[in-house]
Design a protein around this ligand. Structure first.
Ligand code: FES
Ligand SMILES: [Fe+2]
Length: 439
């Protein structure tokens, strides 16, 4: 690599701008896979996807394919999905249950902790294979931890603990899980997958960008304004109408909401439009039933506190964006400098009325579905940005909105000058530079 030394990288990240190469240069992307995705804690899944011994799912850590398993002893293992013989992935199923993984190429067989159990015609490989069997298992990812059911792994043996990494951002996971009357959430339904021809950073920047909806989503806002007003009780389509109308909130409202960042490039948007309310239709009868169940389980006072949180998207840098209000979690898979896939999962609040889950599905279809009016607009803009930043003219990408007005908040957070401050992007690049230049 060597093309980009540490000083050169540092010159490309200024307080209020970054060099376009960070989005468009394949050599930078390769470095990111090693230094950023190779070091950070990455969200790999949720405990509910692998409840029993032998359950597994496959995903990626950065570009590396991995298998996440529940081993016989109950522990979660994360292993590189690469056969120790000649390198084939040993499993391509998204999710399943098995006693062992058999490589499809020549039958090397691995246990659910990755250890090598059996090699067909082992003698044919020479004495070496028998002797080295213990070293020829699937490579285990060195660090695996979970926070309130969410599974994280790091490809680096050393580094900050998960708790230090998450810092104040852990409260966004708390918000999502505390909303469940039974105190747990579970992955439910299918997975939306959307690919775009653009850099992986674009989606994490966009999810905390309160200025774009009035422009990017203008056509769906107009369609929602033309539609009949939401009914009481809500119909399925009303969630779409409310969401799209809210995207057209006046700029003064977007300016007034809160936006925070933490160390390691994380961030969240809160105080989301408090009324006519995106926050899960608090006035509708279904919500009243849900509130009752929550109060029954955790008490009136605590329930009021839990429901008073109006947090919108939270970003766990560099691979996850999630939100508790409608229980969506998106994992970002970088494939190449200009190619990304995002997987979206929906969660069920354990102990909540079934209608709450229907709301989740309605929201998922409206905002994260592949035929969504909202998502398709965002995807087009990502591809336009990529196209523009691949052009040779102009070196800098400006991230100056709100620069100079951000302030340290109580604790370990920083608050944007206004709700449309580009603080989250500046903070993501500050973290980026630390990862990319650390020894
Ligand atoms: S590549 Fe897996 S057994 Fe040969
Ligand atoms: Fe958007």
């Amino acid at each position: 690599m060597g093309m980009f030394g540490r000083e050169q990288l540092a010159m490309m990240v200024r307080p209020d701008r970054v060099h376009r190469a960070l989005y468009s240069d394949p050599a930078i992307f390769e470095l990111e896979m090693q230094r950023l995705f190779g070091r950070a804690w990455l969200v790999v899944g949720h405990e509910s996807q692998i409840p029993a011994a032998g359950d597994f799912l496959t995903t990626r850590m950065g570009r590396d394919p991995v298998i996440v398993t529940r081993h016989a002893d109950g522990t979660v293992k994360v292993m590189i999905n690469r056969c120790s013989h000649r390198g084939s992935t040993v499993c391509e199923d998204a999710r399943g249950h098995c006693a062992e993984f058999v490589c499809p190429y020549h039958g090397w067989t691995y246990r659910t902790d990755g250890s090598l159990r059996f090699v067909p015609l082992a003698h044919g490989y020479g004495r070496d294979v028998e002797r080295k069997k213990s070293e020829l298992g699937l490579v285990n990812v060195p660090r695996v931890e979970s926070y309130r059911g969410f599974l994280f792994a790091s490809l680096a043996a050393d580094g900050p603990t998960l708790s230090d990494f998450l810092g104040p951002l852990s409260s966004s996971f708390d918000d999502m899980v505390d909303r469940a009357p039974d105190g747990e959430v579970e992955v439910a339904g299918g997975v939306f997958k959307h690919a775009y021809h653009g850099n992986w950073k674009l989606v994490l920047e966009n999810h905390l960008d309160g200025l774009h909806p009035n422009y990017v989503h203008a056509s769906s806002v107009q369609a929602a304004r033309d539609a009949p007003d939401p009914a009481q009780p809500e119909r399925y389509a009303d969630i779409a109408i409310r969401q799209m109308r809210q995207n057209g909130a006046p700029e003064a409202i977007w300016e007034s909401i809160g936006i925070w960042t933490t160390d390691f490039g994380h961030g969240y948007m809160a105080d989301y439009h408090s009324d006519s309310r995106l926050v899960v239709g608090m006035d509708n009868p279904v919500f009243a039933g849900y509130r009752e169940r929550l109060e029954h389980k955790i008490g009136k006072e605590r329930a009021a506190k839990v429901l008073s949180v109006t947090r919108w998207n939270s970003i766990v840098y560099p691979n996850c964006s999630f939100m508790g209000q409608f229980r969506q979690l998106r994992i970002v898979h970088p494939l190449a400098v200009d190619r990304t896939i995002v997987y979206t999962y929906s969660f069920r609040l354990k102990g909540a009325p079934e209608q709450m889950y229907r709301d989740t599905i309605a929201f998922a279809n409206v905002v994260n579905g592949t035929a969504s009016w909202v998502l398709t607009d965002d995807l087009e803009v990502y591809e336009r940005v990529q196209k523009g930043l691949t052009a040779q003219a102009g070196d800098w990408v400006y991230l100056a909105r709100g620069y100079g007005g951000d302030a340290d908040d109580a604790g370990r957070t920083r608050r944007g000058a206004t709700g449309t401050s580009e603080l989250p992007i500046r903070s993501q690049f500050a973290a980026w530079l630390r990862y990319m230049t650390a020894e």
